[in-house]
Design a protein around this ligand. Structure first.
Ligand code: RP5
Length: 167
C-alpha cells in the first residue's frame, strides 16, 4: 500500500504566505505531503483530476485553503470520501468572514472540517490532519504527544517568567 500523505490545496499563490504555516508543521511532524494550487472556480477540471489521482495514490486527508467565495474545500469534499479540512482565508474587504461561511456551511452528507480564519486555522489544519493520520500510526501519535507536552511546558515557562517579572 502507498504511504498515506496529506494533499494541501490552495486557491492561489497569494494564499501561500499563510499556508506556509501548514507546510511547516507537516514538515516538523515528518508527515509526507503534496502542495498544489487548484481553484474551484478557475481550474475545476484540474482540481477534479488532481483529487481523483491523489486519492488513488494514497492521499489520506485533503487540506483546502481559499479566500473570498471559498468553494475549494466544499468542491473537493464532493469529489472524495477522504476527510477534507477547510481553511478560510482573509483575502478581501470582509476579512475572511466570506470565506468562513462559504467553507463551513456545507449541506448534510458532505462535511468540511472547517478551522479558524487565517494563520491559526492554517496551523490547526496541519495538527488536525496529523491527528487523523495518527489513528493508524502509533509513532506519529508519539510525536504528537511530545509536541503537546512541549507546548504545555512552553506556556508554563512563560507564566513562570511573568510571575518573576511581576512579583
Ligand atoms: C481565492 O481568491 C484564492 O484562494 C485567494 O485567497 C483569493 C484571491 O486570489 P488571487 O486573486 O490573489 O489569485 O480563490
Amino acid at each position: 500500500m502507498d504511504t498515506p500523505f496529506v494533499a494541501v490545496l490552495m486557491g492561489s499563490d497569494s494564499d501561500l504566505p499563510v499556508m506556509d504555516a501548514t507546510l511547516g508543521i507537516l514538515r516538523t511532524l515528518r508527515i509526507p505531503f503534496e502542495v498544489k494550487i487548484r481553484s474551484a472556480h478557475r481550474t475545476p477540471d484540474a482540481t477534479r483530476d488532481y483529487v481523483e489521482d491523489a486519492e488513488r495514490r494514497g492521499c489520506a486527508v485533503f487540506v483546502c485553503a481559499a479566500g473570498l467565495a471559498a468553494h475549494l474545500a466544499g468542491a473537493v469534499a464532493g469529489m472524495t470520501t477522504r476527510p477534507v479540512i477547510g481553511v478560510p482565508l482573509d483575502a478581501g474587504p470582509l476579512k475572511g468572514m466570506d470565506a468562513l461561511l462559504a467553507t463551513v456551511q456545507m449541506p448534510g452528507g458532505i462535511p468540511v472540517a472547517t478551522v479558524a480564519i487565517g494563520k491559526a486555522g492554517a496551523k490547526n489544519a496541519a495538527w488536525l490532519a496529523a491527528q487523523i493520520l495518527a489513528l493508524s500510526d502509533p509513532r506519529l501519535n508519539e510525536r504528537l504527544r511530545a509536541a503537546r507536552a512541549a507546548n504545555t511546558a512552553d506556556v508554563l515557562a512563560k507564566d513562570a517568567a511573568l510571575q518573576e517579572q511581576s512579583g
